[in-house]
Design a protein around this ligand. Structure first.
Ligand code: ARG
Length: 502
């Protein structure tokens, strides 16, 4: 018997008095991603499931099996799910309207108390579900005890995580869009800015900085699409599955699904309570986003080194060294590159968590939350840092141009020129190779050689060759959809803007 109506008027055991007294004390604010202190009091708080037990739980076991210190961040979603469940119970006549009203008002009040930091979580009450239910019963009496009719914590937790993850995917998608928008703007501004493109981190061919930014845009576009696709499988309601087999009450899960904005109820109750593939799929999509961010980060780290010096990062996104006064370190990209590992780790943790579980729910599943929470926090933070930083990244045009010239980046253009003059490509490749060897030896770019020198490699070369050897000529010649020519980049910018609006 936990906080039954009659119990509130009777003299209470010391433990209950202690519990009630802590409720009135101010605890720290509970926001979605902050953790409030948990009361691990020596009380022998009666368990909601205590009926068949003849001794109270071992204190260490109690703390070891509890999840309240991390699942408290699901409180809003737990309450939202409970409100919908109560309304469904009222709609189907399983509960009296009067009880439903009491439950909903009670849950509203508890939500406000949690937000004001007025509810102290109890380890003895194990998890978010039982902490809230106990508080509800304490507040509204018997009606509170009726809320759990036709459901189990198994379908309740599966519902909470899906509600929470659905919201988080919304936030993550928003940050991806913000970063993509910054990249499109940068691409438009720098559509004509020339830089060396690399393969094997060796200068390959000239490209435009805008083109490079749009490559990142495309990766993020796929990330965004992947998350939207994942959302379809997250957005299914497990509530109604109860413990595993469904329930004997005439419930209406389709109604609950509508109330909670789920596309439909789950088709199989065993599957609904047991699988966490939606969380794994999300974590896999998150791992891919982090992999992309880590690559961007790596490029920014290389580009800000003194040897490359291609871009300037604003001071407010960097830190210094306590010993080397000249240092300006690209901490944000480095940290994002570093954080990628933990998101990969969580993916493996979740996969491993599921691989040995027989149907249906097992307590193992309680271990899904911390990896999932940390993946979301890490991803959101990394995206936010990137999206805040990118609008302020300044390309150093002269440095990038000089690097493109130094690397004989127009060598392929000379080969293409020779092919246009009738040479087979393999022969053209050979001719240009020899010209580059001379350039290396005499420290001259191809465009700096005289016509006479160039003709010594092939007599098909004429004065018009120089148009192909300039950096501008080289990028302008790649004038087809997806190519690096400034006109094409501007077209891609327009297409990207349309994608952002869709
Ligand atoms: N804290 C549990 C979890 O995270 C909630 C469900 C517990 N169900 C149970 N029968 N023990 O999975």
């Amino acid at each position: 018997m936990l906080f039954a109506e009659e119990e509130l008027t009777r003299p209470r055991p010391a433990a209950t008095i202690f519990y009630l007294s802590v409720l009135t004390r101010q605890a720290s604010m509970t926001k979605d991603n902050t953790i409030s202190p948990v009361k691990s009091d020596p009380s022998s708080t009666t368990k909601p499931w205590g009926g068949r037990f003849s001794e109270s739980t071992d204190k260490f076991v109690e703390a070891f099996t509890a999840s309240i210190h991390f699942d408290q961040r699901l409180y809003r979603h737990d309450i939202e799910g409970s409100r919908a469940h109560a309304r469904m119970l009222g709609q189907t006549g399983i509960l009296e309207a009067e009880d439903v009203i009491k439950i909903i008002n009670g849950l509203d009040a508890i939500e406000r108390q949690i937000e004001a930091g007025e509810l102290e979580w109890q380890v003895a009450l194990e998890d978010i579900h039982m902490n809230i239910e106990a508080r509800l019963t304490e507040t509204i009496g018997l009606a509170g005890k009726r809320l759990h009719t036709g459901r189990s914590r198994n379908d309740q937790i599966a519902t909470d995580i899906r509600l929470w993850l659905r919201e988080q995917i919304g936030g993550i998608s928003h940050e991806i869009r913000r970063l993509q928008t910054a990249l499109v703007e940068l691409a438009e501004r720098e559509a004509h800015t020339i830089m060396p493109g690399f393969t094997h981190l060796q200068v390959a061919q000239p490209i435009t900085f805008g083109h490079h930014m749009l490559a990142w845009f495309e990766m993020l576009q796929r990330d965004h699409e992947r998350l939207q696709d994942c959302l379809k499988r997250v957005n299914v309601l497990p509530l109604g599955a109860a413990a595993l087999a469904g329930t004997t009450y005439p419930i209406d899960p389709a109604y609950t699904a509508t109330l909670l904005g789920f596309a439909r109820p789950a088709r199989n109750s065993l599957d609904a309570v047991s699988d966490r593939d939606f969380a794994i799929e999300f974590n896999a999509a998150a791992a891919l986003v982090m992999m992309h961010l880590s690559r961007f980060a790596e490029e920014l780290i290389i580009w800000t080194s003194a040897q490359f010096d291609f871009v300037r990062l604003p001071d407010r996104f960097c830190t210094g060294s306590s010993i080397m006064p000249q240092k300006k370190n690209p901490d944000i990209p480095e940290l994002i590159r570093g954080k990628t590992g933990r998101v990969y780790g969580h993916l493996i943790a979740l996969l491993t968590l599921m691989k040995g579980q027989p149907l249906a729910y097992n307590k193992d599943n309680q271990e899904d939350k911390e990896p999932l929470f940390d993946t979301v926090d890490t991803l959101l933070g990394s995206l936010r840092a990137f999206a805040d930083m990118m609008p302020h990244v300044q390309p150093k045009k002269e440095r990038m141009r000089a690097a493109a010239i130094q690397g004989f980046s127009t060598a392929t253009d000379l080969a293409d020129y020779l092919v246009r003059k009738g040479l087979p490509f393999r022969d053209a490749h050979e001719v240009v190779g020899k010209a580059v060897a001379l350039g290396v030896q005499s420290e001259r770019d191809l465009s700096e050689m005289s016509l006479e020198t160039l003709r010594s490699f092939s007599d098909v070369i004429e004065a018009d060759v120089f148009a192909s050897l300039t950096l501008e000529g080289s990028v302008a010649a790649r004038h087809h959809p997806g190519g690096t020519a400034p006109e094409q980049v501007l077209q891609q910018v327009a297409d990207a803007r349309k994608l952002l609006q869709s």
